[in-house]
Design a protein. Structure first.
Length: 140
């Protein structure tokens, strides 16, 4: 199976970040808004489309923050590109959820909250995180 490219947005609202709640296999997962890049679609176009579909926000794609992969044996390989994004309008609506990235028990997929907080605090440059895969048994 070929690798899938996914684009995700980090949208800061003060000290909180926008997340998307989704159900998979009967469990609610908290993710950064975004998703799969379609064939012949640019990464930034995919990100704009996915964020609007998931949380109803129109965004402007900013700088690349992180790149990582999720490689789980022979079943799947996702390449995750995480961009900072801004929105000119109000950040509200029924699908917009804000979380504090410092919340210690918060599980957001992909698991990059700690790195995001460090990037924001230190002004660090983009980085490759390698394989972020964790076996299903490792998730709550």
């Amino acid at each position: 199976m070929p690798a899938r490219v996914k684009a995700r947005a980090v949208i800061w609202v003060g000290d909180q970040v926008v997340v998307h709640l989704t159900k998979r296999r009967g469990h609610t997962h908290v993710t950064f808004p975004g998703g799969r890049v379609n064939d012949r679609e640019s990464v930034s176009d995919a990100l704009v489309r996915e964020v609007f579909e998931e949380v109803g926000l129109e965004i402007e794609v900013g700088d690349l923050l992180l790149a990582a992969e999720i490689l789980s044996g022979a079943r799947r390989q996702d390449v995750e590109l995480v961009f900072e994004a801004t929105t000119a309008g109000p950040v509200d609506g029924p699908d917009v959820h804000l979380v504090d990235p410092q919340q210690p028990d918060l599980e957001v997929l992909p698991p990059i909250l700690g790195v995001l907080a460090e990037l924001r605090r230190d002004g660090s440059r983009p980085r490759w995180l390698g394989n972020l895969y964790r076996a299903r048994s490792e998730y709550p």
